[in-house]
Design a protein. Structure first.
Length: 726
């Protein structure tokens, strides 16, 4: 009896202690470039007969053959034939079905649970309108995920896997406690035998992710095939294909994040509620895209990376006219990713003009405040570049990305240019790019960034009046043990609050209780604080598997929630789509192991991306005046981090930073930004945040001590709408 009690004590301790190895390396499926594909078959595949009833893995293999066939035809300049092969490959891969998006499942709970010695191991519930299952186990879910994928790849229904795993785990724990374990209790709770599970996982999951790689490669090669036909209608069609590729990632990522990391789901509080309603990606027409540019009265610059050697760019003018250019990357000696990463590093560095004296060291000390790095000498070495190196790098990227399209951009610098980047271009400091004469892009144009056309679809009314009083929430220099104070951020918050007549939350006042009373009704939220990209020891970290089966008449949802895997290689965001045309169903398997990157510091608290995405905000603008708040884990058309979370919370636009911004110039830039918006309102104009940010940047740039881009080019205005405002 003593042995049993001791085992139970150990077991209860293990099961009730949450593992908090925070995810610092979420990664989306990696896609290879089209040029890396090597045709391996010369036989012709029938492009007229697809097999939507084939098991999923068979469809992937047939799609590969069609892709390779299309690649060969493209290489032989047989473009119309290649186009047919590639469309057939897509139809085969998708099972002849079109992605319809998720239906928001109702969650009126009626369920049962399984317990062992009073410890609840498994809970399930169903609803009157759709079926919903929920499993919560205090173990990593590596084995469950592998078995779900195995079932799907064999054409089997995977929905019983969650129940099976719950029962089997209970049986294994009973054996452990009764002294007949194959593994120790500790090994069982940690998810079983690492070697066996991980090897199986790697083999199975790699084959599944291969299907996503094939789909992306097909869409990239299809763009090249359409452009090669040198016809206006095909050029426009290629733009739609490029957007379809963006939608694919958006379709995979947004539901994964918003549903799998929903607090009500994780806490089991979904009774009598609806999960959030998503704005699922729309398949846009050319007419739709033209309408966006006309409505926004903006020039849209749409980049699509189709290979390691080539970028396509469409420029949609406010008249609706569409221009197109090809950008050849053969002139750059490094990869595009390395080139853009180097540009970000150089733009965010101080320029050493041979004056390594008090001014430069003081600037480094100023930056140290917001980075919370106490080693001035280390920062001095890391964050200084020569004037020649900075100029050459920023001009090189201008020549690559802007020079080919400069004639298509507006001549009026107040007119908006909305840049829609992709992949490594998402974190390019566009404002700091220089032409051959040394003029910065922000001096020529008013710039906004939109990760995807979908974020421009939501109709957004401009702020007509500058917010007053509680319409603006201003937070500055929160007190947090172990993190340096920000005197500039405090002065920034006080100055902005005076402009709006609001009461700023400073130091110890910036706690969650005070913020929660005002955050939900404010029109502008301003946080002048520290930004943290890599969050450690987050209590919100969970391992979530979400299985959604959708058909025309119903949606079935099964969720499994466990602790994060102890194995770093499993800290990923996984997504699979499985079509069954015979049953007219689509299955989506989501796994997100851990939390989202990104947090802002409040008083003795970290306000994380995951918490933010669960809010319902009415704000028209959120300003994160902190370090690295634009960064996260970049995908093809989305960055997992704070901007995404704010967009999912209902915010249409954010001002965020690309790097560790210095304290003093940031204070001045933000004051100028809000002063300009206030002046616009006083003059009876609608508030134009993009123009206000441009004017603030130029004013700080023209101050002699802040001329370098690190002081003024770090912030960007980003459109982030992913669903309708609440």
């Amino acid at each position: 009896m003593y042995s049993l009690n001791k085992s139970l004590t150990v077991l209860l301790t293990l099961l009730t202690t949450t593992s908090v190895n925070l995810i610092t390396n979420i990664s989306l499926p990696v896609t290879a470039s089209t040029d890396s594909a090597v045709p391996n078959s010369s036989s012709q595949v029938d492009t007229k007969q697809t097999s939507p009833s084939l098991p999923a893995q068979s469809r992937v293999e047939k799609a590969k053959k069609l892709f390779n066939q299309g690649y060969q035809q493209y290489q032989q300049n047989r473009y119309s034939e290649a186009e047919k092969s590639l469309w057939a490959a897509l139809e085969t891969l998708n099972g002849g079905s079109r992605m319809q998006g998720f239906q928001a499942p109702r969650t009126r709970k009626r369920g049962t649970s399984i317990s062992i010695f009073g410890l609840k191991l498994f809970e399930s519930f169903s609803t009157t309108s759709v079926a919903t299952g929920y499993t919560h186990v205090s173990i990593p879910l590596d084995e469950a995920y592998v078995r779900i994928i195995n079932n799907l790849s064999q054409g089997k229904d995977p929905t019983s896997t969650a129940y099976d795993v719950g029962i089997e785990q209970m049986e294994r724990l009973v054996e452990c406690i009764s002294g007949k374990p194959e593994l120790s209790c500790d090994e069982i709770v940690k998810g079983g035998n690492r070697t066996t599970t991980n090897n199986v996982s790697q083999n199975v999951i790699n084959s599944v992710e291969d299907g996503h790689q094939v789909e992306i490669e097909i869409l990239r090669l299809l763009q090249r095939t359409l452009i090669a036909q040198n016809r206006e209608d095909k050029t426009n069609e290629a733009l739609l294909v490029a957007q379809q590729s963006r939608n694919l990632e958006l379709f995979r990522t947004v539901p994964a994040v918003l549903y799998a990391l929903n607090n009500e789901v994780l806490q089991g509080k979904t009774s009598d509620n609806n999960l959030p309603k998503l704005v699922t990606p729309r398949n846009l027409s050319i007419k739709d895209i033209k309408k966006i540019s006309i409505r926004e009265n903006s020039t849209l610059v749409y980049y699509s990376i189709v290979s390691q050697e080539e970028i396509f760019v469409w420029v949609i003018q406010p008249t609706g006219k569409i221009g197109f250019k090809k950008i050849n990357l053969s002139s750059i000696k490094t990869s595009l990713e390395e080139t853009t990463r180097n540009a970000l590093r150089i733009a965010s560095s101080y320029v050493d003009r041979g004056q390594q004296g008090k001014a430069l060291i003081q600037a480094i000390r100023d930056l140290r405040l917001r980075t919370n790095n106490t080693d001035v000498n280390s920062l001095l070495q890391q964050l200084t570049v020569s004037e020649t190196e900075q100029k050459q790098n920023l001009q090189q990227l201008y020549q690559i990305l802007i020079e080919p399209i400069k004639e298509l951009l507006p001549t009026d610098p107040t007119k908006h240019v909305v840049i829609i980047p992709q992949g490594p271009l998402l974190l390019v400091p566009f404002s700091a790019l220089q032409d051959a004469s040394g003029q910065y892009l922000i001096e020529k144009h008013t710039i906004r960034i939109a990760p995807n056309l979908q974020s421009l679809l939501q109709k957004r009314s401009s702020l007509q009046k500058f917010p007053r009083g509680d319409e603006m929430l201003v937070v500055g220099n929160p007190t947090n043990q172990g993190i340096s104070e920000l005197p500039g951020a405090e002065q920034e918050a006080k100055a902005i609050a005076r402009l709006s007549g609001s009461f700023p939350l400073i130091g110890n006042q910036a706690h969650t209780g005070a913020i929660s009373q005002r955050i939900f009704n404010a029109k502008i939220l301003h946080f002048a604080t520290h930004g943290i990209l890599d969050i450690q020891n987050s209590s919100s970290s969970n391992d979530v598997i979400l299985l959604i089966t959708s058909s025309k008449n119903y949606t079935q949802v099964t969720r499994m929630v466990g602790t994060p895997s102890p194995y770093k290689e499993n800290h990923r965001l996984w997504y699979s789509i499985w079509f069954d045309k015979d049953k007219n169903t689509t299955r989506h398997v989501i796994r997100t192991n851990g939390s989202l990157p990104g947090a802002i510091v409040l008083t003795n608290y970290l306000f994380t991306s995951q918490e933010i995405l669960n809010l319902k905000l009415k704000a028209d603008l959120v300003v994160l005046s902190a370090c690295n708040t634009a960064q996260g884990i970049p995908g093809d058309s989305i960055v997992l981090g704070l901007p995404l979370s704010l967009g999912l919370a209902g915010v249409p636009r954010v001002v965020v930073s690309l790097w560790a911004v210095p304290d003093a110039p940031t204070q001045k830039l933000m004051f100028e930004f809000y002063s300009t918006m206030r002046r616009q309102s006083q003059e009876g104009k609608d508030i134009d945040e993009a123009q206000a940010l441009r004017e603030a940047m130029l004013k700080v740039k023209n101050m002699e001590q802040y001329h370098d881009p690190i002081n003024w080019a770090g912030f960007t205005l980003m459109d982030v709408s992913y669903r309708a405002k609440n």
